[in-house]
Ligand binder design. Structure first.
Ligand SMILES: Nc1nc2c(ncn2[C@@H]2O[C@H](COP(=O)(O)OP(=O)(O)OP(=O)(O)O)[C@@H](O)[C@H]2O)c(=O)[nH]1
Ligand SMILES: [Mg+2]
Length: 300
């Protein structure tokens, strides 16, 4: 029987904010899946990723975006462009702030930018689990001087405080529309993308300083091995310098093994299949500053 969508709502919700405010944490909470990787390091998300929440009477297409910052190289420029362009297509704009840092220049820039859009806008001040409640008021006062929102909601994406209320407001703001994507689809990215990201997440968890930012991961092969009932995945980890390659491989290959084991476990959970993960590390000098390299590594 053909489904009717008389009372259905659907639309794009751009989730924007400076790096590390908790955009991906919030979206994963709503989806109940790790659609986007998360880390305590800023600039974790690098691509615009659609995460699709399907319910009986609505479909929210969350647009997870890279944190908006002052770019220092071509990769950074690409990331900020991905984030800012998501505002154009959005039906609803959700700006996130971090209650623990207050309003910084990057937040101010973004607030000024979104104030130019005549769309439904919600402000979420995140990480309220980590502050004393009186610290919220000065943040909201400062926001009001720069931009006006339809809703102001303090939340904790980590602990789920007020996240239901925020979701309810987002649904209210959605336009009447039939679903925009098939209702069994969770993301706009292929499985290979999510696999590469899960590997990158494990690298972010185990490396420091410049390395997390210098790493790109590409899945080279993704093959069904029916005789063994598993999926063979070959992935290349690109770094910018031989010294970084040495650190990622580690003494006797121990670091790469640790990254590989942790990544494999998450990938198996994500795919619901057994996986053989074959990891290689290669040096690709200055890839973050090279437009051809960015294209080849999936930033296009
Ligand atoms: N205390 C606290 N920490 C949070 C909360 N939400 C997210 N975090 C933490 O903040 C860090 C960044 O979270 P992400 O979800 O990766 O942030 P993001 O905005 O997607 O960051 P980018 O992708 O770099 O732009 C992680 O360590 C999260 O665990 C929260 O509500 N409370
Ligand atoms: Mg993110």
């Amino acid at each position: 029987m053909e489904q009717r969508f008389d009372n259905f709502k659907a639309g794009l919700v751009a989730v924007v904010g400076k790096p590390n405010v908790g955009k991906s944490t919030l979206i994963n909470r709503y989806l109940g899946e790790k659609i986007s990787i998360i880390s305590p390091k800023p600039q974790t998300t690098r691509n615009r990723i659609l995460a699709i929440l399907n319910q009986d009477n609505y479909q929210i297409i969350f647009v997870d975006t890279p944190g908006i910052h002052e770019p220092k190289h071509l990769l950074g420029k690409y990331m900020v462009r991905e984030a800012e362009s998501s505002l154009e297509d959005a039906d609803v704009i959700l700006v996130m702030l971090d209650a623990t840092t207050g309003i910084e220049p990057e937040d101010r820039h973004l607030l000024e930018l979104v104030s130019e859009y005549e769309k439904k806008k919600t402000l979420a001040v995140n990480k309220i689990d980590a502050i004393n409640k009186p610290e919220l008021l000065p943040i909201l006062d400062e926001v009001r001087k720069i931009a006006e929102f339809d809703e102001y909601i303090p939340i904790s994406a980590l602990e789920g405080e007020n996240t239901d209320l925020l979701l309810q407001k987002i649904v209210e703001f959605l336009p009447q529309s039939p679903p925009l994507y098939p209702q069994d689809q969770l993301s706009d990215k292929p499985q290979k993308f999510h696999v590469a990201e899960l590997i990158r997440e494990k690298i972010l968890e185990n490396t420091y300083e410049e390395i997390p930012h210098s790493v790109a991961v590409v899945v080279d092969e993704f093959k069904e091995r029916e005789e063994k009932n598993l999926i063979y995945i070959k992935a290349i980890i690109y770094v910018e310098r031989p010294s970084q390659k040495k650190i990622i491989i580690g003494h006797d290959g121990k670091m790469l093994k640790k990254i590989g084991t942790k990544a494999r476990m998450e990938i198996e959970r994500f795919l619901g299949r057994r996986v053989f993960l074959d990891l290689w590390v290669k040096v690709y000098e200055k890839w973050r500053r090279d437009s051809m390299a960015l294209n080849r590594l999936g930033y296009k």
